[in-house]
Design a protein around this ligand. Structure first.
Ligand code: GLY
Ligand code: MN
Length: 359
């Protein structure tokens, strides 16, 4: 499978007159070669050759994961092997978004070839997911749902945000994820006004809102979902605002289909919130692509010029954040299809009031 991806990259390289390309971004290394320790590796790809450069800790792993790649052992900062291989190519493309300025200068000093910056060449290939990737993404979503069910049963008044986040992480891993796809968000009461707040020592109280936003990587592919629940009871204001965010979220999902523009979806979600006077509190984009990274293209925002295509994967996650009051976000992950989408996160979105030990 990775060989087909590599051939697609080679077509693009050829079309742009590139002889060779150095791939340094971890997720792109995994996508092209299958190597799962990309932070300690580089790929050097030409129209004929495919080298993986890593150090001796990974000899066995590279042999198992990338049998079609020629393994070159090299321990940074030594770049003698890369220097030697580079002699074959007049120009070598590199991933400009991934190399630091320091790394770039070092590379420029070390290798004889001209360095040619590129932007997002492999990411473009990753935009549309293959069936095998979709299966892994569905699995990550199913685990997210199972974790939500489990956590909902554990939430009690008096436990802290960070305790809940720890439990989320425990069950993500217990149900099969390697790790969390981003720092788990578990924010309660007024802290729910922080879209990306860190879970802290605040203890849950009756009448709180609690936003849980999390996901895990399953065989390298990210999950992402958000639910806001009420603890013990929900006052009328919270219920009304929750319904408004839910309406906006469902409206966004209903707009997802191949051919739809991302900015149009964002606009429509904002318009729903505007009806309720809540649009000023929606302070981020509607959603984002995900896959080997938690945030990928396409971006579902007002500035996006991207058009959805079949088998892209995006989140739809409107939220409102009101300082001193709290916040509400609802997020699902969906696969773009012709004429609609497949929702892969299935946890109930009707307002959940968790009994939480209050009888
Ligand atoms: N769901 C968290 C984020 O997308 O940033
Ligand atoms: Mn998200």
């Amino acid at each position: 499978m990775s060989q087909q991806r590599l051939e697609k990259l080679r077509h693009k390289m050829e079309a742009q007159g590139m002889e060779a390309m150095l791939v340094s971004k971890r997720e792109n290394i995994r996508y092209l070669s299958g190597f799962t320790a990309g932070s300690d590796a580089l790929l050097l790809i030409s129209l004929q050759d495919q080298y993986i450069l890593t150090d001796s800790r990974y000899t066995e792993q590279a042999g198992r994961e990338c049998p079609n790649w020629e393994l070159i052992l090299e321990k940074p900062p030594d770049r003698k092997a890369l220097q030697h291989l580079s002699k074959k190519y007049k120009g070598i493309a590199f991933e400009s978004q991934d190399l630091s300025y320091y790394e770039y200068l070092k590379l420029e000093d070390e290798i004889p070839s001209r360095l040619i910056p590129t932007l997002g060449m492999v990411e473009e290939l990753r935009l549309i997911k293959e069936e095998g990737e979709l299966e892994l993404l569905r699995k990550a979503a199913v685990i997210g749902d199972k974790v939500f069910e489990k956590i909902s049963s554990l939430i009690q008044v008096g436990i802290s945000e960070s305790h809940i986040a720890n439990q989320v992480l425990y069950y993500l891993k217990d149900y099969g994820c390697e790790k969390e796809s981003f720092d788990i968000i578990s924010v309660s009461g007024p802290n729910a006004a922080l879209p990306h707040g860190s879970p802290g020592s605040r203890l849950l109280q009756a009448g709180d809102m609690l936003t849980l936003d999390y996901g895990g990587f399953y065989q390298g592919y990210a999950g992402d979902m958000t639910r806001t629940v009420a603890i013990g009871k929900a006052d009328p204001e919270f219920r009304d605002k929750y319904q408004a965010v839910l309406e906006a979220q469902i409206n966004g999902i209903n707009m997802v289909k191949a051919g739809e523009s991302c900015s149009n979806i964002d606009k429509s979600v904002r318009n729903t919130l505007k009806k309720y006077g809540l649009e000023p509190f929606f302070i981020h984009g509607t959603g984002h692509g995900l896959g080997l990274e938690i945030h990928e293209s396409p971006r579902v925002s007002s500035q996006s010029s991207e058009i959805l295509e079949k088998n892209m994967l995006i989140t739809i996650e409107p939220g409102i954040y009101i300082p001193g009051w709290g916040g509400i976000r609802i997020e699902d992950t969906v696969i773009v299809k012709d004429g609609g989408c497949e929702i892969i996160t299935h946890s109930d979105k009707n307002l959940l009031i968790i009994d939480g030990g209050i009888k």
